[in-house]
Design a protein around this ligand. Structure first.
Ligand code: C2E
Ligand code: MG
Ligand code: MG
Length: 639
């Protein structure tokens, strides 16, 4: 029950007095008046405020148990400071622009702030109880996270750049600090991650980098970036033993356009040239504007000069079409200097310098042309590019022909087969040897068409001979090593056999030893497929490659052709004689036929016959000739 009013007032005064004493003991000085609220009194002190409860109920309890009331007051002060700190922390937690995420010791998310939701796009209820791996971008390898946790373990804190994923799926960079929080007993009980979205910084960094490394007019890489790319390309080329080409391109008489039509039109033309050049190249090629009317091209995988020369020709041809600029039709010619790594130069500076001097050469020899670093190379490359260009026409205009060279049985001297050999009847240069154009056709990809055409011709011719009563066991065709491993070869052979109606056993495919041994597993598979068709298989130019006997044994091949290089010295050259003997013995032991090519003298044929060689081919028996000129009656007897 309530006491009298005087009792209550006395109790209150006593309480206040004791509170002051307690506050002084605690090192605080009562400063002035206090604010009040319904339950709490905030006492302003010299160094801040203290919160005390002063309620009627408390006063009456205080009256009876003053000491306990004092204790309550002390507790209240501590709690009130915590509460203040918490309020401040909550305000910081909520207002900060950095995202904050707190996980418990099991790694489950227990708190996130507003900025977290803004940055990630997730609402708090979507992530609470989840693991932070929810935000993984997939950009970092497992090692990255392992190292992060190792640092957290050892140092208690980790800071760094990390790519995470927003709810929208977008990946973004953030700068993140993670700290381990320990409880009163030193046990790890929480992780706090504070992060900021640095995509804007990254973007502007990227923009600055772009500006520093690109030409503002054309947006192509500038000299700085180009030199850097060349440097990288040479390092990689050295490791992978590849060739690179650097082409320096200069527009002929560009100054005249600037002088006569003005710089604005000049700029537009440069932009249009850059655009057209960009459209010409595959991704493996870097195009740059080095300044003025000078562009440069880096071809990172350019093993042969003929490819570099073909690329230069493509650029020259591509820029020949006029440019329509502000109502003007502008024609420009181009000069190109080519320098090759590693044949011309080994360093970036040397490569650039050599391309520059080649460009000077191209300009001084009449412009609108390309030049290589050495004149010899230039002439050679031009000839090959010409061949590549003309071969296309040769195919279209039926300038190619198939010649047939007889193959004889050495024991009986009987003509038992022919090898089909392609020839090019060039309108100006006369008969061109396949040794000259097959390698070019292989590099330009035209070989597929040529080989398909020769095969179809040979099969048709064989059918014709059969109809004419000529008895031949086989017609042999050469298969380029470039096509050997391709799936199309099988289809192509099957189709030709189907179309011509030739019995498969009458067709022999000659594959070079190196084509087989370069990738023996693929070769084995391909050969088995071809054998299933019923065609015969021979290894051409045997002895020039590096065959593994074990692999050779597994190949479904019926014949080895001894390379003519070993036949040339027979029978007097001891090495040639020894090699021929070994090849014959090898073929016999594996149940294969042996066929010697390049037999020009009867002594060679006699030696080979004596050693047990089955078949012979060469000028002594007969030169390759068009089908109509083959002499079936000619039977040279080997003694
Ligand atoms: P190969 O398949 O080893 O053909 C044999 C070459 O030796 C032919 O040269 C032939 O004319 C030549 N030859 C024949 N007998 C003698 C002789 O007694 N003495 C000398 N010195 N040479 C002789 P060819 O016709 O110039 O062909 C060269 C190479 O071109 C062929 O070597 C073959 O690898 C390739 N080739 C020819 N025609 C084709 C074809 O249609 N497709 C493919 N992919 N390659 C072909
Ligand atoms: Mg051959
Ligand atoms: Mg051969």
């Amino acid at each position: 029950m309530l006491a009298t009013y005087r009792d209550a007032l006395r109790a209150a005064l006593l309480y206040l007095l004791l509170s002051v004493v307690w506050l002084q003991i605690s090192g605080y000085l009562l400063n002035s008046f206090f604010d009040s609220s319904e339950e709490l009194l905030r006492w302003q002190l010299i160094n801040g405020y203290a919160w005390v409860v002063l309620s009627a109920g408390l006063i009456f309890i205080a009256r009876a148990r003053l000491l306990r009331c004092l204790g309550v007051g002390a507790k209240l002060r501590e709690r009130s400071e915590d509460r203040e700190r918490l309020r401040q922390a909550a305000a910081v937690f909520d207002c900060t622009r950095e995202g904050v995420l707190v996980t418990n010791c099991e790694g489950l998310i227990v708190h996130v702030n507003r900025a977290f939701m803004e940055i990630t796009g997730y609402q708090s209820e979507e992530v609470l109880g989840q693991r932070p791996s929810l935000f993984k971008s997939g950009r970092h390898p497992a090692d990255f996270y392992r190292a992060m946790f190792a640092t957290l373990d050892s140092a208690g804190e980790w800071s760094g750049e990390i790519w995470n994923r927003r709810k929208s799926g977008e990946i973004y960079p953030q700068w993140q600090t993670i700290r381990v929080i320990h409880d009163d007993h030193g046990r790890r009980n929480q992780y706090v991650a504070v992060f900021s979205d640095i995509s804007a910084i990254k973007d502007s960094e990227h923009e600055l980098m772009h500006l520093a490394h690109h030409d503002p007019l054309t947006d192509l890489p500038n000299r700085l970036l180009f030199t850097d790319r060349v440097e990288q390309a040479l390092t990689s080329a050295q490791i992978h033993k590849r060739g690179c080409a650097l082409l320096m391109i200069d527009l002929d008489h560009f100054k005249m356009i600037n002088d006569s039509l003005g710089h604005t039109i000049g700029d537009h033309l440069l932009k249009a040239v850059a655009g057209r050049l960009k459209g010409m190249f595959d991704p493996g090629i870097t195009l740059a504007r080095l300044g003025g009317d000078e562009f440069a091209v880096l071809a990172e995988c350019c093993p042969q000069l003929v490819q570099a020369a073909a690329l230069a020709q493509r650029i020259i041809n591509g820029l020949k079409e006029p440019f329509a600029i502000d109502g003007h039709q502008l024609f420009i010619n181009t000069s190109i200097g080519i320098s090759l790594f590693p044949s011309d130069a080994l360093s970036v500076e040397q490569l650039l310098r050599n391309a520059d001097s080649a460009l000077f050469k191209a300009k001084s020899t009449g412009r609108n042309d390309y030049a290589l670093y050495t004149e010899e190379l230039t002439a050679h490359a031009q000839q090959r590019v010409e061949i590549a260009f003309e071969l296309r026409r040769a195919l279209d205009q039926q300038e190619l022909q198939v010649y047939y060279q007889p193959v004889h049985d050495l024991k009986t001297s009987r003509l038992i087969g022919v090898e089909a050999l392609v020839r090019w009847q060039h309108p100006q240069r006369g008969l061109v040897s396949p040794a000259e154009f097959i390698p070019v056709a292989e590099r330009t990809g035209l070989i597929a068409e040529i080989d398909a055409w020769v095969m179809a011709q040979a099969c048709r011719q064989m059918c014709q001979w059969q109809r004419d009563g000529v008895v031949l066991s086989f017609v042999a065709v050469n298969v380029s090593s470039r096509l050997f491993a391709r799936r199309e070869l099988y289809q192509q052979v099957a189709q030709v056999l189907h179309e011509t109606g030739l019995e498969p056993a009458c067709l022999e495919l000659e594959v070079t030893e190196s084509a087989v041994m370069d990738d023996p597993e693929v070769a084995l598979e391909q050969m088995h497929r071809l054998r299933e068709l019923g065609v015969r298989l021979a290894i051409d130019d045997f002895g020039t490659g590096y065959s593994s006997l074990l692999r050779l044994k597994r190949l479904p091949v019926q014949k080895l052709k001894i390379d003519q290089g070993f036949v040339a010295g027979l029978p007097w050259d001891e090495d040639d004689a020894a090699i021929s003997r070994v090849i014959i013995a090898l073929a016999q032991s594996m149940g294969m036929q042996v066929h010697a090519e390049g037999i020009e003298q009867v002594e060679q044929a006699a030696f080979l016959l004596e050693q047990g060689c089955d078949l012979g081919q060469g000028y002594w028996f007969g030169r390759p000739l068009p089908a109509a000129q083959l002499d079936w009656m000619h039977v040279p007897v080997v003694h």
